[in-house]
Design a protein around this ligand. Structure first.
Ligand code: KG4
Ligand code: ZN
Length: 367
């Protein structure tokens, strides 16, 4: 089954063609970073207008890169939520029109489920890995979400924990702004943290990084990052006062390193505890923050079961993950569970993951 996957949930216009949920024939992502950068964040109205201008060309480029025509496509998978309402409507409207005009099946996909299924995509055709074995523990860490899910089978999720305030990516973006590192904060903080590490390895007398708090939220698999953001703010204020208003690049990179360590420590510790408690066969990490090199290394180093983390290009938003999720949903969810008429599916700002049950417990005394 060949699926055209479309995602316009935030600030990237993306389309991809994927065969049988795993084989990427093409993947095109047109970034709007240049448009949003001067504003220090995504401007919803600017994003939806840019999607409108780009969507047709991005789909055409995906077909061209796969050397296919519309005749080869069996279905269209498209993100219906969660995301920016105006942005979602562009992709959804385009996909609906295309499906009607071409007589193709329309498969509405939850954006989070898309991130989950990025772990099923074969990133390197020369080294195709087996599918993740169930039960699977999934950590979704993106700009809008931080969720620990237990997947017992395809498209079935138990929500073990989630963030009580900011998402991990949101915290990276906000702290990146506080530190004057630019937008998006995630890659900028990673670069600054790496610079600090390299400096401290080269010169052992370099100032030690500050110690920032860990919000463990003991007894739960939930997360909280807003206090950490406030701690960075206080640290910056205090340092600036001490030094007469000057916080040099070296100190900023030391703070970036400390912040990254704090986030990675909590995420990785809870992943390992949940994996142990639920005796999972596989751990999957996905979403934009899963691009973070420190998080990737920590989770891979601590887990005793196989760990799947897509390459960075498949961690951030892309159409291939939407095509993969559409394929597995079509294959595993009986028709009765799908909306009667997919053409009525509309963008919802906070669409929940389907078939999600109540939170699980964190083992007493851990974390
Ligand atoms: O999944 P994604 O592309 O979009 C959403 O669905 O939100 O995630 C974007 C988020 C942003 O907050 C960005 O700062 C973060 O992922 N991010 C990173 C890194 N690369 C992207 N965070 C930490 N380290 C990175 N290397
Ligand atoms: Zn995303």
């Amino acid at each position: 089954m060949i699926v055209l996957g479309i995602d316009t949930s935030c600030d990237d216009t993306s389309a991809a063609i994927v065969q049988d949920g795993r084989h990427i024939k093409s993947s095109i992502v047109r970034s709007q970073l240049r448009l949003h950068e001067p504003h220090g964040g995504v401007v919803p109205e600017v994003a939806s207008r840019a999607h409108l201008g780009d969507i047709a060309g991005v789909v055409r480029d995906a077909l061209k890169a796969a050397a296919l025509t519309f005749d080869a496509i069996d279905a269209i998978g498209v993100t219906y939520g969660p995301g920016l309402s105006g942005s979602l409507r562009v992709g959804l409207g385009y996909a609906k029109g295309l499906a009607l005009a071409r007589g193709l099946a329309l498969l509405p996909v939850n954006h989070l489920e898309g991130h989950v299924y990025s772990n099923w995509l074969i990133a390197d055709q020369d080294q195709p890995m087996a599918e993740p074995r169930f039960p699977v523990l999934v950590l979704v860490v993106s700009g809008g979400h931080t969720e620990l899910l237990l997947m017992t089978e395809h498209c079935q999720y138990l929500l073990l924990g989630s963030t009580k305030d900011d998402a991990a990516g949101e915290a990276f973006d906000k702290v990146g702004r506080q530190l004057g590192l630019g937008f998006p904060g995630g890659p900028a903080i990673q670069r600054a943290a790496r610079a600090y590490q390299e400096r401290s390895q080269a010169k052992p007398d370099v100032e030690p990084p500050p110690v920032l708090p860990r919000a463990w939220l003991r007894g739960t698999f939930d997360f909280s990052f807003s206090g950490l953001k406030t701690a960075v703010w206080h640290l910056l204020e205090a340092t600036s006062r001490q030094r007469g208003g000057d916080v040099d690049d070296g100190t900023r990179s030391a703070i970036a390193y400390a912040f990254q360590e704090s986030v990675v420590d909590v995420l990785a510790t809870k992943v390992v505890a949940a994996a142990t408690q639920h005796r999972v066969a596989t751990v999957c990490v996905c979403g934009g923050v899963a691009s973070n090199e420190a998080l990737r290394a920590r989770v891979a180093g601590l887990c005793r079961v196989p760990v799947y983390i897509p390459p960075p290009a498949l961690c951030v938003d892309n159409g291939a993950m939407i095509a993969a999720a559409a394929f597995y949903r079509a294959r595993h969810i009986p028709k009765a569970d799908c909306p009667d008429d997919p053409f009525v599916v509309d963008a919802e700002a906070s669409a929940p993951l389907p078939a999600m049950s109540t939170p699980g417990r964190f083992p007493a005394g851990e974390g």
